[in-house]
Write a protein that binds this ligand. Structure first.
Ligand code: ADP
Ligand code: TRP
Length: 340
């Protein structure tokens, strides 16, 4: 039988190429090979009290992003966390067995304390975040949770919650999941060469309009001052790094030779008409992005223009999710003595 995997994504701002190459594309590849669950962690998003209208928009945005990039909602169970009350119900049962020491040691809580945030401003939701995350996973008898290194501690808390619960209420109540930690997650560089991140303002957005994308690539990406006609350094160059993660091997090799020779046609003449400089490299990347992402960009716009359809897909997903979570919650309610 296929292993059951689960991925949770927080609805945050406009998705960028770093999110796509570093998180979305690998998750989609895994989803194809497993019995997969994918959900929008909208309750988790509340811990930073976003503006209601923005949150609503971002939930649609993240749903449309994943669907446009290839989630198959017939195969993957794709839902919104807040549509599955079994999750929050289970979270309470877990709260009642998890020691507070574990939560006090959680990075997100410690970070908030370390930043000298007024105690009044640290919300219980942030403190309890790992409990809700444990419930996200344990409510579905998940076998494996693929996550980045930053989520390792949350997975340990999840495992601990399941073990504690089983110890008190009997083996087999909750399935202890495995973490699949990708130690060498690729870090996609942004326009300034640092990690691409919304917080650095150095992103290339996935779903901005065409003109904006071309402008960000051509004007935004910083390159060195190699003279036109001389070889370009591909190592550590944002343009080449992104190009190589998207193009097929033949095109990558052709691009590498252009970089190495500084010529459009590497075997062609030493003539300014045949020079290959940063402007050309950026033009090639912009073309590649438009070509590779074109269908997803069109699909994203189509989905965002039809909220009713998104609502319907999410409603179907939550029905499927609840059908799985309901008996698991009932099993736990019975184990603790709240059901006969
Ligand atoms: P941001 O740093 O822009 O706020 P998020 O923290 O919302 O991005 O990231 C969402 C997902 O995308 C995470 O799984 C994260 O690991 C991945 N991700 C974000 N930026 C990059 C990047 N530059 N390279 C690789 N993966 C990234
Ligand atoms: N905490 C995760 C993040 O910050 C999102 C998340 C919530 C999650 N619940 C999850 C991830 C369950 C995997 C499994 O990105």
């Amino acid at each position: 039988m296929q292993k059951r995997i689960l991925t949770g994504v927080k609805p945050t701002g406009a998705p960028h190429i770093g999110n796509y190459l570093g998180a979305i594309r690998p998750a989609l590849a895994l989803a194809k090979k497993h019995d997969s669950f994918l959900f929008i962690a909208d309750l988790h998003a509340l811990t930073i009290t976003p503006k209601p209208a923005e949150l609503k928009e971002q939930v649609y945005g993240v749903a449309a992003t994943w669907l446009a990039l290839g989630v198959d909602p017939k195969q993957t169970v794709f839902y919104r966390q807040s549509d599955v009350p079994e999750i929050t119900n289970l979270a309470w049962l877990l709260s009642c067995v998890l020691p507070i020491g574990m939560l006090e040691r959680a990075h997100s809580f410690k970070d908030a304390q370390g930043k000298n945030v007024e105690r009044e401003d640290i919300k219980h939701g942030l403190y309890a975040y790992p409990v809700l995350m444990a419930a996200d996973i344990l409510a579905f008898d998940i076998d494996v949770v693929p996550v980045g290194k930053d989520q390792k501690q949350h997975l340990e808390i999840t495992q601990e919650a399941a073990r504690k619960f089983n110890l008190i209420y009997g083996d087999g109540c909750l399935k202890v999941p495995e973490a699949m930690i990708d130690e060498q997650v690729m870090t996609i560089p942004g326009t300034d060469g640092r990690k691409m991140s919304k917080s650095y303002g150095n992103t290339i957005e996935l779903f901005g309009d065409d003109k904006e994308l071309v402008k960000t690539v051509k004007k935004g990406i910083k390159t060195d001052s190699t003279e036109y006609g001389l070889p370009l350094k591909d190592e550590g160059d944002t343009v080449f790094e992104i190009y190589r993660l998207i193009a097929d091997p033949t095109r990558i090799e052709a691009m590498r030779r252009r970089y190495q020779t500084g010529r459009k046609d590497p075997d062609g003449p030493n003539d300014p008409g045949n020079y290959f400089g940063w402007g050309d490299a950026k033009g090639a990347l912009a073309d590649l992005l438009l070509e590779h992402l074109g269908p997803a960009r069109a699909e994203y716009r189509r989905l965002m223009a039809d909220r009713g359809h998104l609502d319907q897909l999410l409603a179907e997903g939550s029905d499927r999710a609840r059908a799985v979570a309901h008996p698991i919650l009932e099993r736990c309610l019975k184990a603790v003595g709240l059901r006969s």
